[in-house]
Each structure stands twice: as C-alpha cells, then as structure tokens.
Design a protein around this ligand. Structure first.
Ligand SMILES: [Fe+2]
Length: 136
C-alpha cells in the first residue's frame, strides 16, 4: 500500500504541509511494522508515536482556524474529533485483541482514507482559505 505524500496533497501552508509529510512518515513506519508483523510492544509504541503527533497537528490547524476566523471551523474540528476517536478505537483493539490480518487491513484502510480524504479535501479547503493570510 502506497502511503507517500504527493504534491497533489499540498495545502499551500508550509507548516501544515510539513506536518502532513511527517504524518505520512509516521503512518508509513507503523504500516511497515505491521507488515513485518512486529511485536505488540513495538507496534504499540508506533501507534502512540503517531497518535501524539496527530493530536499536536490537529491543534495547530485548529489554532489557525480560530486565528483567522475560518467559517467551517466547527465542521473541520468535528472531523478531527472523529478521527481521534476512531484512532483511540484502533489502539484499544490493538491492546486488547492484538493484530490479526483482518485488523491490519482495516487499520491500513482507515489511515489511508484519513490521509487522502481529510488532507485532500478538508485541509485543502482550509489551505485555500488561509492563502494570502499572514501566517507565522
Ligand atoms: Fe485537518
């Protein structure tokens, strides 16, 4: 499964794009570990590593949305919350039942879907709104 950041996913705000690239790297690391059937401890720590970054990244985007009075702040934030909740669900499954082939495929699909759809649609819309604004 290909999880490479591509310029078609660029949002146009450097900080956000760099964070998205980092997200892809962390997702890739997790998927690689799942593919190689690494132990629960190692995968667990990669899940935590990615999860922490997801939360930080969402906070950054939400900060921009508030700062620049983004009209769809509520909707976008809700998507973030849903993603965090779903991620928590994945983490629980991992910790309680462990990973089997079906779970791995489900998690991969979910992550790729997030990356492509949330970034490709919602974050791009945000980027368009932020274009030309003075971002520090
Ligand atoms: Fe977002």
């Amino acid at each position: 499964m290909n999880v490479q950041w591509t310029p078609t996913l660029a949002v146009g705000v450097e900080i956000i794009d760099n964070q998205h690239k980092e997200l892809f790297r962390r997702v890739e690391g997790l998927m690689e570990a799942m593919k190689r059937a690494r132990g629960r401890m190692e995968i667990g720590s990669l899940v935590a590593y990615l999860g922490t970054y997801v939360v930080e990244h969402f906070q950054q985007e939400e900060k921009y949305m508030q700062e620049f009075a983004y009209p769809d702040y509520a909707g976008h934030k809700q998507e973030h919350e849903k993603l965090v909740e779903e991620y928590g669900g994945m983490k629980n499954t991992l910790m309680t039942v462990g990973l089997n082939a079906i779970e791995v495929v489900k998690i991969q699909r979910k992550l790729v879907d997030w990356l492509e759809h949330h970034i490709g649609e919602s974050d791009k819309a945000l980027g368009k709104y932020l274009a030309g604004k003075k971002i520090e």
